[in-house]
Design a protein around this ligand. Sequence first.
Ligand code: ADP
Ligand code: MG
Length: 242
Amino acid sequence: MTNLIDIKGVTHAYQTPNGPLPVLDNLNVSVPEGEFAAVVGPSGCGKSTLTRLVAGLMKPDQGEVWLHGKLVKSPRKTVGMAFQNPVMLEWRTILQNVMLPLEIVAPGMPKKQRVERAMELLDLVGLTGFENKRPSELSGGMRQRASLCRAIVHKPDVLIMDEPFGALDAFTREDLWQTMHELRAKEPFTAVLITHDLRESVYLGDQVIVLSGRPATTQYVLDVHYPGEGLRKLEGLYTPEC
Ligand code: ADP
Ligand code: MG
């Protein structure tokens, strides 16, 4: 099987006024096309750094990041991103926010098609009827749904989510897990999900990558077949500090 994402021996340090801060050490991650990789690890162990490397926003000191058979050297339009606090253009409607990536990536696409594509996704996540609202009129869970639509509207090769549901209450979060499964069933995509929540990692991930150590490395990769069994294994492995 071909991997959509291949992270090979990635080592990275930030240059700080106090000297280099090693963050990642010989990280290896492979994600086959269509699969979800969940990445768990304590705060400060380099999870967000990993997302920046995959998106091409930074280059690793050593090692390589491959996306769809190409070496990543610069920022990629083929990567969609979703964050804990989605940044929306408040003066635009939800529909206009969701269409934004299409305006950038596919400027020649007729407006009718852009609207249709955005509405299709809004429908999938249960936001039909909210398309003409402003972001501030929506709840946190709804904004996150809209931001997921925006992140995949242009069919990126990979969706990177950095603790996307971290700020939501437990009910809303679990609702969104269900929505993610429904989205995937209708529109397969490859994703890297960064999370603090072990339950979320086994529920949404096909594999769970555990990062730990300082600098962090790939400590363990769990193939998730049964979330319950996976969760018990992870709970035994997880350390609260890098
Ligand atoms: P996580 O997302 O797992 O919490 P990060 O990747 O954000 O971890 O950060 C890993 C380490 O690198 C932390 O110690 C953080 O303080 C440091 N760090 C992150 N970004 C920078 C930066 N731009 N410059 C210097 N240090 C950074
Ligand atoms: Mg982070």
